[in-house]
Design a protein around this ligand. Structure first.
Ligand SMILES: C[S@@+](CC[C@H](N)C(=O)[O-])C[C@H]1O[C@@H](n2cnc3c(N)ncnc32)[C@H](O)[C@@H]1O
Length: 513
């Protein structure tokens, strides 16, 4: 650990995650569902961008000018390389929050996002960030912030504490982080086995430790061995953000707010009886659902749109179906499962089945009004299908045209990375302004298609010619495939699936011509 990082772990780099919640496009539907004005986002900022996958995808496929910082210079170097390849003009620095937030050459931002930061930094840095948001978030601007929440962590935080204590006091500085994570978990198991009073009081605690074994060790190192870690109640986060003139809007993920997939009828009744204050409602929700992580949208001075303007703005949005129509599931699952009414969803899918973009106005004109009785209900159903990722929100044609070339350049680089690693399985879509998460083999199949290859056989050979010299082999049913023939056969079957399922979607999303 270095002293320039304020205690944040820097000797092991973070994972290459992509988070669509960090996309300014992603705020449009939740805000309009809440009836809140959506700012035009010219300048956007991501604090603590990690490996910079999200910021680079959004700077490439969207139209905002991006700024971002992450104190880890190795991660920033990678992120800058990606930005250079994509030619996306993102301004990426390795400044600490303390340095970056004091810069006097930054514009006002209509959007500031921080994912996986708030709970993992010290309080001084939290205050630096809040002060930055107070000064630099434009009026009407949106903050996306995620954090570990209480009471969800109350029962299991002793595991984190134990692993952290092991790391601070018993790890040797020469241990690599994979070993450290494993040994810290093993220590946790040994201690818990002798902590009957604790485990009897909390059935969750031992199961939780077992589940950690399936997680990525880089994630575990950052979550469990990092110096700072502070889960918070919603009201505690509100105490920081409200003085910066922010008000809570809603979750960035509509499934968090959709009653039917969260509450039993008794819970819904209690929730409905509460006063309007977000502090009471969100706290009650977090208790009823034992929430461990929140992804929230806050606004600085957001105002409610009048019903006519709201309808007009919703009406202009364009949605496109990307799931095969007969594969759209009518069940929605979050904390609970709920069934959508088939007549309502089918009435929408009848219009979207051609897999072309359709505006909400167009859908409203054509939809069966016996089943979808008003525009509010239509927008809720479209939001659900969008949150379930059956639909995407399509950018304006002008925006698509302006970002096409950059997306192509970025995707070429992501193809290049996919040849030697499965860690960056993302492709940038000019149509949505966001990423598609596709997997290494699909990315390589897509690469092959851009080179004019078509049949599964050709694609399989193309990939095997990349993998074989690297000593990479495929895995099937938990066995590593040994021969060329076995690997080629497996690749051919994966390429066949790609041609049938993924390729049409990549074409729809403008990733492949
Ligand atoms: C848990 S990671 C999350 C990264 C990224 N947002 C993601 O979700 O993939 C936290 C990130 O914050 C960065 N960070 C921690 N303290 C920082 C500081 N004081 N100034 C700038 N960046 C910091 C770390 O280098 C790390 O990449």
């Amino acid at each position: 650990m270095s002293n320039w990082s304020d205690g944040y772990l820097t000797d092991i780099n973070y994972t290459y995650g992509y988070y669509k919640e960090l996309s300014p496009k992603h705020i449009i539907v939740p805000l309009l569902l809440e009836g809140i004005a959506v700012p035009e986002i010219k300048n956007a900022c991501e604090l603590g961008f990690g490996q910079g996958i999200s910021i680079n995808i959004h700077a490439t496929a969207g139209t905002a000018q991006w700024y971002g910082t992450d104190v880890n210079p190795a991660q920033t170097a990678f992120a800058r390389e990606v930005a250079k390849k994509a030619n996306n003009d993102a301004i990426l620095t390795d400044q600490s929050f303390a340095e970056f937030c004091q810069r006097d050459d930054l514009p006002e931002f209509e959007y500031i996002g921080l994912h996986g930061i708030w709970s993992w930094i010290n309080d001084e840095n939290r205050h630096i960030i809040v002060d930055f948001i107070r000064r630099k978030l434009a009026v009407g601007g949106i903050l996306y912030i995620s954090y570990n929440s209480l009471p969800g962590w109350a029962a299991t935080s002793p595991i984190r504490h134990l692993m952290n204590i092991w790391n601070k006091n018993m790890a040797s500085s020469t241990d690599d982080y994979k070993d450290r994570v494993e040994r810290a978990m093993h220590f946790g198991e040994k201690v818990l086995a002798q902590s009957v009073g604790l485990t009897q009081n909390s059935a969750e605690i031992s199961n939780f430790l077992n589940e950690l074994k399936n997680k990525n060790f880089r994630y575990l190192a950052h979550e469990y061995l990092n110096q700072n870690w502070q889960p918070m109640y919603f009201t505690e986060v509100s105490d920081y953000l409200e003085p910066a003139k922010l008000s809570y809007v809603c979750s960035a993920n509509y499934l968090e707010d959709f009653y039917d997939v969260n509450f039993s009828s008794e819970q819904a009744q209690l929730f409905d009886s509460l006063p309007a204050q977000a502090r009471v409602r969100q706290t009650t929700k977090d208790y009823m659902l034992n929430k461990r992580f929140r992804r929230d949208l806050w606004v600085k001075g957001g105002y409610k749109l009048n019903p006519k303007r709201l309808n007009m703005l919703r009406g202009q949005l364009k949605f496109m179906l990307i799931t095969e129509r007969d594969k759209v599931s009518l069940s929605v699952t979050h904390h609970r499962q709920a069934q959508l009414y088939p007549e309502q969803i089918n009435s929408i899918l009848d219009i979207l089945a051609d897999k072309k973009p359709h505006s909400v106005n167009e859908i409203w004109e054509a939809v069966n009004k016996e089943h979808i009785v008003n525009e509010q209900l239509l927008f809720v159903l479209l939001t659900l299908l969008y949150t379930k990722q059956d639909l995407v929100l399509v950018q304006e044609q002008e925006q698509i045209d302006s970002v096409k070339e950059r997306c192509h350049a970025l995707n070429q680089y992501l193809f290049e990375l996919a040849q030697s690693s499965s860690e960056t399985p993302y492709l940038a879509s000019p149509v949505t302004g966001e990423a598609v998460i596709c997997g290494q083999i699909d990315a390589l199949c897509a690469f092959g298609v851009t080179k004019g290859l078509k049949s599964p056989k050709e694609l399989a050979k193309f990939i095997w010619d990349i993998f074989k010299p690297q000593g990479t082999a495929l895995r099937k049913e938990n066995k590593i495939l040994q021969t060329d023939k076995e690997n080629l056969a497996e690749l051919e079957s994966l390429a066949d699936k790609f041609n049938k399922e993924t390729l049409p979607m990549l074409r729809q999303l403008g990733i492949i011509a």
